[in-house]
Design a protein. Structure first.
Length: 725
């Protein structure tokens, strides 16, 4: 068991014992005396608190958050200090127990002697003193005062347990002298940290087989410049929107990454309040990872992209260049082009004559699209990955036809100077019973070769009961339309082709359980075969997906939603704008803002609102909006804390504005922040599109060598027993 997991278990067990010791007993010295040995026992396990995880930094010391209840109660900290660190006489306004891990923390205790009749002044009388070191502890009632000094010649680390979190104690005070006198508010430490994790330890954790989620808190555009292979982009700006879906189990080991700029620390506090209990921050950020000799990857969805390149090399997936395919078309060859992307991408641009058939649908619908074994089948996507995986899916399924991937997809077609179709909606037909029977047999053979396990409903129920100790991802891999018409309770929509193409967009926890569901016995098995080859060790297919009791689109579970945010309606906002009494701040992605926004709105990034404020007009109410208003409501209290100006959120967001029939604008003329929030695909750019396409395609091809250097991927192709790492 890893050190992070051992520490989490020990802390949770201790806090459970503390709650039991204090349950119904009130805050008394007797109750706190029962807590002291519990905290001493935890502190005695010094191996759980190594100095490299809790370094002294920033002057004389640093405070680390170890645990905190969602209601801000029962908060546990590790306080690291250098010799000479001193805290003046102060109280806590809640109970406190302190135990030593290593080093000496000398405490002098006081009681108030005045009647508290004169605000701002008071008297103190010394009542005792104790040097807290390993094996000892002290306890303080809410009105007790004490001083702290790190004594001796060595750094110290002590556990501090409070009845309420430090940031939730606004009435704490400190005296300037040991005898009392004037007192002032004793603020909480300005930057409470999370335990740090050196790069080398994280590298080892990637291979220990335990569950692990690496979350990169930087904006996606920054993430795309360089990140860890298995880090998932989850910007602090959108943390509450995607966290529950990506990391559903609250005790999962989570390592947070940033540029050593405080984003991870800010995220750790949010995560703790949302119930996540096993957190660490990559020490020194992503550049420290690189400095340790480890690889940084550019781009997005790198594990999936790299896997596609690996498969082409390992399986020898055949391909044809755009010019070759066009020549065959011009000769009237017996051929069909199958576009393996979702309909929204296909509609924007496609190969002329191509038919939309997203990744997991290829084997499922193939036998009713291609009736002759002599027909050449060309599979394409926008670039390379889905072309390769789609073509190899049909080859693995044993179809009689010659199957090739279109080299470099629609980008390759465009770079060859060939015209793309726009606005097409041609899609593959539903399978006939005869076609479905062939597809089922083929998918079953592929799944067996890949080692995919099939489970029944009883096993799924057992997996669900074990959710506190093992992460379970339950994905419905059919089309979004089929999912909305009816799906298994609790399943998430993850169309199979997209799940393989962008696995990190659906799940962040490595070494988790994955159960796939369909209604046909084809799509789940084909998708599972790819996830197994990608290195996911526990992938299952539910044998029967009857009882599809839920309907509608996948619900968005937003964590930490504020209940009392001031809002206004779209027409109220329109009136204020006409009078020059409001400034609209759009927190949607810069891509969405460029395409459509409220006239006069400013683009900004939620996690950087403090920087955006200086660029906004100085007059008028600040009104936050986002696509549906959810992100705006989350950000409103944060913005209000930064400015005395009134702040409201637009109810229903920009969608409500549109639904009200109000005008919209396009373009990027009012940017209060740089568009670093999103990764811009080559065809999202306004200039140098062809150069960007060539660079992107070269990047994909080069991933094979880079993942080999990195060594953490566990890719394999059907028939291979080895792996890339």
């Amino acid at each position: 068991m890893s050190l992070m997991e051992q520490r989490r278990e020990a802390i949770e067990r201790t806090l459970e014992q503390v709650r039991a010791a204090m349950d119904g007993k009130g805050v008394t010295r007797t109750a706190l005396d029962a807590v002291k040995p519990l905290l001493i026992e935890l502190a005695d396990r010094a191996e759980l608190f190594p100095p490299e995880h809790f370094p002294v930094a920033g002057g004389h010391g640093r405070v680390y958050r170890l645990a905190e209840d969602s209601d801000r109660r029962f908060a546990l900290y590790a306080s690291a200090g250098l010799p000479g660190k001193v805290q003046p006489p102060h109280n806590h306004t809640t109970w406190a127990v302190i135990a030593g891990v290593f080093g000496d923390e000398h405490n002098v205790f006081y009681e108030r002697t005045d009647d508290r009749g004169t605000p701002g002044v008071g008297g103190l009388r010394k009542t005792g003193e104790l040097t807290v070191r390993r094996g000892t502890a002290c306890a303080l009632l809410p009105d007790d005062f004490h001083t702290i000094e790190v004594a001796g010649g060595a750094p110290s680390l002590h556990l501090h347990l409070y009845g309420t979190s430090l940031e939730n104690l606004p009435e704490r005070v400190f005296f300037s002298a040991a005898t009392g006198g004037a007192y002032s508010v004793f603020a909480a430490p300005p930057a409470i940290a999370a335990p740090l994790l050196p790069a080398a330890e994280l590298k080892a954790m990637l291979r220990d087989g335990e569950e692990l989620a690496i979350l990169d808190l930087r904006e996606e555009g920054v993430f795309a410049e360089g990140h860890l292979l298995y880090a998932v982009s989850l910007p602090l700006s959108r943390l509450e929107l995607r966290l529950d879906a990506l990391v559903p189990r609250r005790s999962t080991r989570i390592v947070l990454c940033d540029d050593d700029d405080g984003l991870a620390r800010r995220a750790a506090r949010v995560l703790m309040h949302l119930g996540y209990r096993n957190l660490a921050v990559l020490a020194g950020g992503v550049r420290a990872w690189q400095a340790a000799g480890f690889e940084l990857f550019s781009g997005v969805h790198v594990p999936s992209k790299a896997f596609g390149e690996f498969i082409e090399h390992a399986a020898g997936t055949p391909r044809l260049a755009a010019e070759e395919v066009k020549a065959l078309m011009d000769r009237g060859a017996d051929m069909v082009v199958l576009d393996s992307r979702p309909m929204d991408e296909y509609r924007k641009m496609s190969i002329p004559g191509g038919i939309d058939c997203p990744g997991a649908e290829l084997v499922y619908r193939f036998h009713d699209i291609v009736r002759s074994p002599g027909t050449l089948v060309v599979v394409n996507c926008a670039g390379r990955t889905r072309s390769i995986i789609g073509a190899q899916s049909l080859i693995n399924a044993g179809v009689a036809n010659r199957v090739v991937a279109l080299k470099n997809g629609t980008m390759g077609w465009h770079l060859a100077g060939l015209a793309l179709a726009e606005g097409k909606t041609d899609h593959a037909p539903d399978p006939t019973p005869a076609g479905l029977a062939k597809s089922r047999a083929a998918a079953a053979r592929v799944a067996e070769r890949a080692g995919v396990a099939v489970i029944d409903r009883d096993t799924l129920r057992r997996f669900r009961r074990e959710h506190k100790s093992r992460t379970l991802y339950l994905f419905d891999v059919r089309t979004p339309e089929e999912y909305a018409a009816g799906h298994l309770a609790g399943a998430r929509s993850a169309p199979g082709g997209q799940l393989v193409q962008a696995t990190d967009a659906y799940m962040a926890t490595l070494n988790a359980r994955v159960v796939l569901v369909d209604s046909d016995g084809v799509r789940a098995r084909m998708t599972a075969s790819w996830l197994v080859q990608m290195g996911h060790a526990e992938v299952y297919v539910l044998d029967r997906a009857d009882g599809l009791a839920e309907s509608g689109p996948e619900p968005l579970r937003v964590l930490g939603r504020e209940a009392s945010v001031a809002t206004l309606g779209a027409r109220q906002l329109a009136q204020l704008l006409s009078q020059g009494e409001a400034v609209v701040i759009d927190l949607d992605s810069s891509l969405a803002y460029r395409e459509q926004h409220i006239p006069g709105a400013w683009f900004a990034i939620r996690a950087r609102l403090d920087l955006a404020l200086a660029k906004l007009p100085e007059r008028g109410m600040l009104v936050l909006t986002s696509r549906d208003g959810v992100l705006a409501a989350l950000a409103a209290p944060e913005l209000q804390a930064l400015t005395p100006r009134p702040v409201k959120a637009l109810a229903g967001g920009t969608g409500a504005w549109r639904a009200a029939g109000l005008p919209l604008a396009a373009g990027d003329e009012r940017m209060a922040d740089a568009p670093i929030d999103a990764w811009y695909r080559p065809y999202d750019k306004n200039a140098d599109v062809e150069a960007s396409m060539r660079a992107y395609l070269s990047w994909e091809v080069a991933l094979v060598e880079q993942i080999a250097r990195d060594g953490d991927a566990r890719f394999r192709a059907l028939g291979q027993s080895g792996a890339t790492g």
